[in-house]
Design a protein around this ligand. Structure first.
Ligand SMILES: [Zn+2]
Length: 398
């Protein structure tokens, strides 16, 4: 790894393939280490042995095809899941729309300031801010003891998330948020939608890491005679282009708009007209809206395909910072974070490590945090009560 001109060495690809994917997907990944070992053995004293290279080419093609088959299978599953999620959300939105219309008629039309006294005291009546209807009204202030406990809980939570660099569903849409949201079709649809987003993130990560692994093997270990055909072979596969997922992510946008409208009783947070450009970032290579975004170590996002096309020997020079970077250190941008940030900002902000510097949001953040706090504490209490009850029962029996 010394021939890369003093580049900071990224985490070994083999380790990322093993660590970042779902464990049960491991067997479908390109066997990077084994192929690398095989490739290194190709070069003898007389240069590259052509016969051995043909065998290597065959093995690599086979590995790419296996990974691609699995990718297509997962993409198919995601599309199936999307059909059912989208159906569930449309149904919920329909019911929600009907109820809205009804309550507006009851309150005498356009629901201004006077409507508060007229509408029934349900949880979705007259929200003051977008997510207020998700939380029970009249939360009592926290005691000092409760505050201390919480401080510890939050710190531990943030540390864990930072150390593992993992964002799970519960980090964002935390338990308190979910507990307060009435069980029913809307909650079920929201959970299914979030699960699908995470699934899409996993598939994108799988596709990106395996493509980089294949590129790396091709560009470093194959002769000029064989590399172009292998590169073409890789580019011919869906796993490399990820086109299907790109379309699916756009369709998820429509569902997000419906969900967030149901949850907030307001217009969605995105201004009209930008709904179809899910990423606000502009790619520094092609100057268009980023497609299948990857994050460079400099923190900038760009299109996945642009990053590959602009790389030379798997080294990419960021046009904005002029810094060279290894393709292996790219990360697939998480679709989940982007959607949550945009459609569920309160839930996103209460996730780990997301600190907003905007002072206008500070009061709101504090309020959300305190409500989250109450939710977490009541869960702890419920758990403790359950344990106590169980122990009492055991004692009574014994
Ligand atoms: Zn681009």
């Amino acid at each position: 790894e010394k021939d890369e001109g003093g580049l900071a060495s990224p985490m070994p690809l083999a380790r990322r393939l093993g660590k970042e994917g779902l464990p049960e997907w491991g067997e479908h990944c390109i066997a990077y280490k084994e192929l690398q070992r095989e490739a290194e053995a190709l070069v003898g004293v007389d240069g590259v042995n052509e016969e051995n290279e043909a065998v290597f080419k065959f093995h690599l093609s086979y590995a790419i095809e296996q990974a691609n088959d699995f990718y297509l299978q997962m993409e198919g599953q995601a599309k199936e899941a999307f059909a059912s999620v989208s159906h569930a959300v449309s149904t919920v939105a329909q019911v929600h729309g009907d109820r809205e219309a009804k309550s507006q008629r009851h309150s005498g039309g356009a629901g201004g300031g006077s409507s508060a006294a007229m509408t029934p005291a349900s949880t979705d009546s007259s929200p003051t801010t977008s997510t207020d209807n998700l939380w029970g009204a009249g939360v009592p202030p926290l005691s000092h003891e409760e505050m201390d406990t919480l401080e510890m809980v939050f710190e531990g939570w943030k540390k864990w998330a930072h150390a593992t660099r993992r964002h799970t569903l519960s980090d964002y849409i935390n338990d308190a948020f979910m507990v307060q949201l009435e069980a029913g079709a809307l909650k079920a649809a929201l959970l299914d939608w979030l699960k699908l987003l995470m699934f899409i993130d996993h598939i994108r990560n799988f596709a990106m890491l395996n493509s980089v692994a294949a590129l790396k093997l091709i560009e470093r270990h194959t002769s000029e005679a064989n590399a172009p055909s292998l590169r073409e072979h890789l580019r011919g596969h869906e796993i490399f282009r990820m086109q299907g997922l790109c379309g699916l992510v756009l369709e998820m946008e429509g569902v997000a708009t419906m969900l967030s409208a149901c949850l907030s009783n307001e217009a969605p947070h995105s201004p009209p007209g930008v709904a179809n450009t899910w990423s606000p970032h502009v790619c520094p290579f092609c100057s268009r809206t980023v497609q299948n975004a990857v994050i460079m170590p400099t923190g900038r996002t760009c299109c996945w395909l642009c990053s590959v096309d602009s790389s030379y020997s798997c080294i990419l020079t960021c046009p904005l910072t002029a810094k060279p970077q290894d393709l292996r250190s790219l990360r697939a941008e998480r679709v989940l974070s982007r959607f949550l940030q945009r459609y569920f900002p309160a839930a996103y902000r209460s996730g780990p490590g997301e600190v907003t510097g905007n002072s206008a949001n500070m009061a709101r953040d504090k309020q959300v945090q305190q409500r989250t706090a109450h939710g977490i504490l009541s869960m702890f209490k419920a758990q403790a009560d359950k344990k106590e009850k169980r122990e009492a029962e055991q004692a009574a029996r014994g």
